[in-house]
Design a protein around this ligand. Structure first.
Ligand code: URP
Ligand code: ZN
Ligand code: ZN
Length: 460
């Protein structure tokens, strides 16, 4: 199958030029000016940006959490991702205590196979660091699961003590793995939650008030020190506050291999959202929580200066009607998480490129290229180059997109960005050369997504 994308304005993390792209059997075969090749399909990209498909390195599809399941599965979640210009996701498989990582891996394969409409990889959540788990990290790496999420939060569920985290960091360093850390001081937060509830403070906003930025900064600092002692790289997930960013910046300035992602919710939403009427603040209950507005510009600055390298979503949707409501009388029972897999690319283009905070190249870098490099998928994914998968987004910089729960494709009953307009519009999305999104129409086949066996960590 040959597809020719003609007259596009190609942008990668480093390049910006006009050319045609010839795709043969899903792979970019040739890039050049005025290509005269017979093709089965010719797509005219005149006036459109041709961007590498987005990579969302942090999703939770079909995930048991907070007494319920995240509401998108691998079909609805990857379909929404594709509509939003994301062609690769890395989801989190969960090793439950007392169970093996192999079981978790097979469990997540079963969730994704036959459903995913775009390509996907897995990180592995380690809920404990027993000798068996530490040993089996190697078998995960052998199977292409080369990153492991650990938590300093959620005592009794996911939290592992410092010794366990240190052992896992050492092991990851030995075998080419990367530890992705959820950094919040869970023990302190539990005390604050208990004290708030005992004062009768049950509304959603107390979720934020009991998870202060200092609790994130302390755990970020601790994880960085443990990684230094273990001589291992470290990736901080969903960084939300400038306090934590300062920790990452200091470590990077000292030459340590520390990387961090933030998410659109921390750049566009704020503590004020918890003050929305009634129970609406529950829409934004996630961990870490939304911060006061003044954090936002500091995070944008971090993205500009490469102290933050990635924007992913932490997409973990729960419906207000029958899921968030579990915490109606107690904020600590509101399932933690929010939707975002579909809105990420448009929001970052709008708040980043259209408002001149970052360049178009940098936009591609933080939404596609660096996640591909950090998580062992480059150059198959994350760029437009001969030999790379033809994962492409045809983006109209003159368009305008209005976001609403009524038009978005995520399986959830609200949109945190309801009514927001973003500059630009996604016109077409190709995954391995197949048009999966054409305007408002989804053309991707259920189950066409392929598992990505990722490479070991290398410094991007
Ligand atoms: O609130 C959040 N972030 N939910 C998803 C799970 C996690 O910690 O990433
Ligand atoms: Zn987390
Ligand atoms: Zn997450």
């Amino acid at each position: 199958m040959k597809t020719l994308v003609k007259n596009g304005h190609i942008v990668t993390a480093t390049d910006d030029y006009h050319a045609d792209v010839l795709i043969v059997d899903g792979v970019i075969e040739h890039i050049g000016r005025h290509l005269t090749v017979e093709a089965d399909r010719v797509i005219d990209a005149q006036g459109l940006l041709v961007l590498p498909g987005g990579i969302d390195a942090h999703t939770h599809f079909d995930m048991p959490f907070g007494g319920t399941m995240s509401s998108d599965d691998f079909l609805t979640g990857t379909r929404a991702a594709a509509f939003g210009g994301t062609t690769t996701v890395v989801d989190f498989a969960i090793q439950q205590r007392g169970h093996s990582v192999q079981e978790a891996f097979e469990n997540w394969q079963a969730k994704a196979e036959g459903k995913a409409t775009i390509d996907y990889g897995f990180h592995m959540i380690l809920s404990e660091a027993t000798p068996d788990i530490l040993r089996d990290m190697q078998t995960m790496v052998d199977q292409g699961v080369t990153s492991f999420k650990m938590f300093t939060a959620y005592p009794g569920v996911f939290m592992v003590d410092d010794g366990g985290i240190f052992r896992a960091l050492q092991r990851a360093g030995e075998i080419g793995g990367l530890i992705a850390m959820h950094a919040e001081n869970g023990s302190v937060i539990d005390v604050l939650v208990e004290q708030a509830l005992s004062r009768g403070e049950t509304a959603p906003k107390y979720h934020a008030l009991t998870r202060p930025p200092e609790a994130e900064a302390e755990a970020t600092h601790r994880a960085i020190v443990l990684a230094k002692l273990a001589e291992s790289p470290l990736y901080i997930v969903h960084l939300s506050a400038y306090h934590a960013l300062e920790e990452v910046t200091d470590a990077r300035d000292q030459g340590q291999l520390v990387f961090a992602e933030t998410c659109p919710q921390y750049l566009f939403l704020s503590y004020d959202n918890y003050e929305e009427p009634g129970f609406d603040g529950a829409k934004y209950v996630m961990s870490p929580p939304l911060r006061p507005k003044e954090h936002q510009e500091r995070l944008w600055q971090g993205l500009r200066t490469d102290d933050l390298q990635v924007v992913s979503t932490d997409h973990c949707p729960f419906c207000m009607k029958d899921q968030k409501i579990l915490g109606q009388d107690n904020f600590a029972k509101i399932p933690n998480g929010a939707p975002g897999v579909e809105t990420r690319m448009s929001l970052i283009y709008d708040g980043g490129v259209a408002t001149h905070r970052i360049s178009l190249n940098r936009f591609v870098e933080i939404t596609a290229t660096t996640p591909a490099k950090l998580f062992g998928m480059f150059p198959k994914k994350g760029t437009i180059a001969v030999g790379s998968d033809a994962d492409l987004v045809l983006f109209d910089p003159e368009g305008l997109t209005t976001w609403s729960v009524n038009t978005a494709h995520m399986r959830v009953d609200y949109n945190p960005y309801e009514g927001r307009q973003t500059a630009g519009a996604i016109r077409m999305v190709l995954s391995r050369g197949e048009v999966v999104v054409d305007g408002p129409t989804f053309l991707g086949r259920e189950g066409r997504g392929q598992f990505l066996k990722r490479h070991t960590f290398s410094n991007p």
